[in-house]
Design a protein around this ligand. Structure first.
Ligand code: HPA
Length: 269
């Protein structure tokens, strides 16, 4: 099922990527940091879903950060676009089969925790999957992983420790919190945000959970980073808009780029 995509990529890229990064809405840019880049548009890769969301580019970039070969997905598929859970995690599985052992998932998120502000960078400590979908539903593909994977360390403690150290070294203020994954594409109602706070969520977004589950299934360690692009509904005056999400994303981009550039060579695989 993944073979055609793997072959397609292996023809174009030499070496095994160890770490992959998924860049969320309005958070592109990091891929340009890589040396000896090879860019592969999603549209040519067999089976790879195209991203339709504004602010998502739709290409895979391979390149070096120090000695490390890194794969960067600029743009992802979301359930709200109508993609199946299997399509949403297709790229993660192909990269996992190519040899990726560490995965950095970034996203734009609405802040629920009152100590967050637009522009805050938050390390995901855990998630609550409210998307009503799980990419592992259906017959288990034993070549990927076990039927019932554990999710205790879904966002690797080890990776979080490394991330905190790197952030401190750079003088970056990094918060930590629980990500609630919702289906979207409508933003939440104020009542839904009160509910999410009550059940323990610090931020909310429409991605990441399925990818994290698929990665854990394959034994890939995950680091999650949310860029708080807006205060969630009901915590603000005025409405939540995709424009605001993209604008704040663009504002955090340079910081995120600097952080990822320092962080990724440090992640153990
Ligand atoms: N809600 C859901 N997803 C989001 C938000 C939000 O407020 N901001 C960015 N992604």
């Amino acid at each position: 099922m993944y073979d055609a995509a793997i072959q397609y990529l292996q023809i174009r890229v030499s070496g095994r990527p160890e770490v992959a990064v998924v860049l969320g809405s309005g958070l592109g840019g990091f891929a340009d940091q890589l040396a000896d880049r090879v860019e592969v548009p999603y549209r040519g890769i067999p089976g790879w879903p195209q991203s339709t969301a504004a602010g998502h580019e739709g290409k895979l970039t391979f390149g070096k950060l120090g000695e490390r070969l890194v794969a960067v997905m600029s743009g992802r598929a979301h359930l709200y676009e109508g993609y199946s859970p299997a399509q949403v995690v297709y790229g993660i599985r192909v990269l996992g089969k190519l040899g990726v052992r560490g995965l950095v998932l970034t996203n734009a998120a609405g802040g629920i925790n009152l100590s967050y502000e637009p522009g805050s960078l938050v390390l995901i400590s855990d998630h609550i999957n409210l998307q009503g979908a799980n990419p592992l539903v259906g017959p288990n593909d034993d070549s990927l992983g076990p039927r019932f994977p554990d999710m205790t360390d879904a966002y690797s403690q080890r990776y979080r420790m490394i991330a905190r150290e790197v952030a401190a070294r750079l003088g970056l203020h990094l918060k930590e919190g629980v990500y609630a994954a919702v289906l979207g594409p409508s933003y939440e109602t104020p009542a839904e945000i009160r509910y999410l706070r009550t059940i323990g969520a610090d931020m909310v977004g429409m991605s990441t959970a399925a990818e994290c589950i698929a990665a854990n299934h394959m034994g890939i360690q995950v680091l999650g980073l949310s860029c708080i692009t807006n205060l969630a509904a009901g915590l603000r005056t005025g409405k939540v808009s995709h424009e605001e999400v993209l604008e704040t994303g663009a504002r955090i981009q340079a910081t995120l780029r600097r952080f990822l550039t320092e962080l990724i060579p440090q992640l153990e695989v």
